[in-house]
Write a protein that binds this ligand. Sequence first.
Ligand code: GLC
Length: 431
Amino acid sequence: MKLGGSALAGTALLGLAGCGGGGESGSEVTEFTFSFGPDSSGSLQRLVDRFNQKFQGKYKANYRVMAADTGQYFNQLKTEFQAGGGETDLIGGDVIWPIQFAANGWIEDLSDRFTVEERAKFLPAPVQSCTYDDKVYGVPWFTDAGMLYYREDLLERSGFSEPPKTWSELKEQTRKVVQDSGMEDGFVFQGARYEGGVVNGLEYIWTSGGDVIDPEDPEKVVIDEPGAVEGLAIERSMVESGVAPKAVSTYAEQECQAAFLNGRAVFCRNWPYMYALATGEGESRLEPGQVGVAPLPVAEDHGESFSGLGGWNFYLNAASSEEEKEAAYEFVEFATAPEQQKFRALNGSFLPTLQSLYDDQEILEKVPVIALGKEAIKNARPRPLSPYYSDMSLEMAEQFNASLKGAKSPEEAIRTLDRELQEIVDLGEIS
Ligand code: GLC
């Protein structure tokens, strides 16, 4: 728990500060607050309980449930940081956050704690996402890449032995399966005006040969190229052709998940976590044999499939006390250790960040999405690694969504973005 300025002075006078502020006065237990979004797999609370059990009498983690929408969660933290620290000591945070948080001095430099030797055990891309100015500000927890889920049984029934490799094949297969099986929705994906909509839009752009920022020069916006326009045009054509329901322009992960798990959709773009939900007991109406997963399709004349690199890392609040930081880092080590990452892989289909777990036979056999994820993350692209990313993302969310809804043409949306993104970069103001 953190209290800023005069509030802290006030509690100190009352003798309540110290030892994490959460325990009773004089208690030896260091309590700390760990924030993360809601966890539909149920495995996170079990992880927290295991930690609290293991460190009973010494440390206690309190799970603070944040907004499921990464943008809302980010804004909440940002408001708290700006007010002097906030409630949270340990942040389970998105891969797109650390550069901006680090540039503002809000999160702790972990370069000494998370040593070069330790870092080498992790996948390079998530470590890269935590690196800013040659320092490392986070420890990768689980990684994410966009995937295409499909109804294996229905595809087969309609005579398709393989999932689609291109966006046009996806349309063709959807039409046929919808006709044969009377499905309500064909293809669902995240099209709402938020971060997920940004990743989906980028995936259409990347699989059509476009990009946003020059990989060689982070100051140069390169979105105004035919590939980007084509990408948004393909995305929009999903709705225009009736392959995707109109409502996808309001869909986030949860809505897509509901459509697929309830058996309403043939195809669904989502993250690996959905595999455990789709094939598990709980809310899914599907049997494991009905669920297939494949890499995202590509545009006709572009060979390679790309997906957005997602994922979540651990960051420490720079304003927490040394005791809280120590306790919180103990949790980081605990949660990223092989045993716990394996537990989350088996119980929530979260892609591990430790390289060694991709050779773990039990994981590969029981959670096929992870074997596929191993390939997908090789082709996963990060969103722009920039201290201005959150501002860029808001613009992309707006323009991608306007194009998807048909309020603007893809050309117009891309032209607007070209101008606005370059303005953000040129202004160089970290919000
Ligand atoms: C997933 C990804 C995260 C991304 C978010 C968008 O949680 O891991 O990186 O920003 O989806 O909704």
